[in-house]
Design a protein around this ligand. Structure first.
Ligand code: ATP
Ligand code: MG
Length: 223
């Protein structure tokens, strides 16, 4: 039997893979607008993320009972047009392809499962929200589970038309980072209202989104 080889120097330990830092900016995006652009730019500047996903809700169940929502594929096309203008931002089909009512907790679980399935560590997920959503976080589906899996990245939003200033604090138990950027006083509702009145929205939505609205004949815009 040959003599055992003398043990060579130990192989250098492979550096442990770094957890990916993912920003998840979900919404109805009906339509996406310059407030969303400002939020994405501020987050991308503040958080050194590996990926920043603009995730289009399939069925925003907290809204869809009170108004007609533009079909998901049209909202995705607009989100894609918006994302193309911002380096590092990808429009994501995760929630549309999953179908059904949109629960953010399921999207977060899908991102974690994807990482584990490919042998990567669990990602660090920043859930990007406008400050107007802070107060209602605990009404979200399985909020208790969601709370343990994300850090909130909260973007300031101007007071609503009723003058209500969104709170500066989250309900107890949420990890939170404030991302300060320019306050942009635009909402999708205001864009829809302006389009319905035949008004100009050039200051509210990027040109690429407006082209998409015209190309797909959305919001009954006919010009
Ligand atoms: P709507 O008027 O229909 O409610 P919206 O403008 O609030 O639409 P959503 O698609 O509901 O847009 O919002 C997606 C995300 O973007 C939410 O986290 C929301 O708080 C945030 N957001 C929307 N508008 C702004 C803005 N002007 N500045 C910062 N964040 C915003
Ligand atoms: Mg809203």
């Amino acid at each position: 039997m040959p003599a055992p080889e003398p043990a060579g120097p130990a192989a250098p330990a492979r550096p442990a893979a770094q957890a990916e830092r993912i920003g998840l900016f979900g919404g109805t995006f009906d339509p996406p607008h310059n407030g969303h652009v400002a939020a994405l730019r501020a987050v991308s500047e503040a958080l050194s993320l590996d990926r920043l996903l603009l995730v289009v809700a399939n069925d925003p169940w907290q809204k869809s009972s009170s108004r007609a929502i533009t079909p998901a594929e049209d909202r995705f096309a607009m989100a894609q047009a918006l994302a193309e203008g911002i380096p590092g931002v990808e429009a994501s089909r995760l929630e549309i392809d999953r179908g059904g009512p949109t629960y953010t907790v399921a999207t977060v679980e899908a991102l974690r499962a994807e990482a584990l399935a490919s042998g990567r560590p669990l990602p660090q997920i920043y859930l990007v929200i406008g400050a107007d959503l802070l107060a209602d976080l605990d009404t979200w589906e399985r909020a208790d589970d969601l709370r343990g899996m994300v850090t909130l990245a909260v973007v300031s939003r101007p007071p609503t038309t009723t003058g209500v200033q969104p709170p500066r604090t989250a309900p107890p138990g949420w990890r939170l980072e404030w991302v300060d950027g320019p306050l942009v006083d635009v909402s999708s509702s205001a864009v829809r209202d302006a389009l319905a009145r035949g008004g100009a929205v050039d200051e509210m939505v990027p040109v690429a989104v407006m082209h998409c609205i015209l190309r797909r004949n959305l919001y009954a815009v006919d010009r």
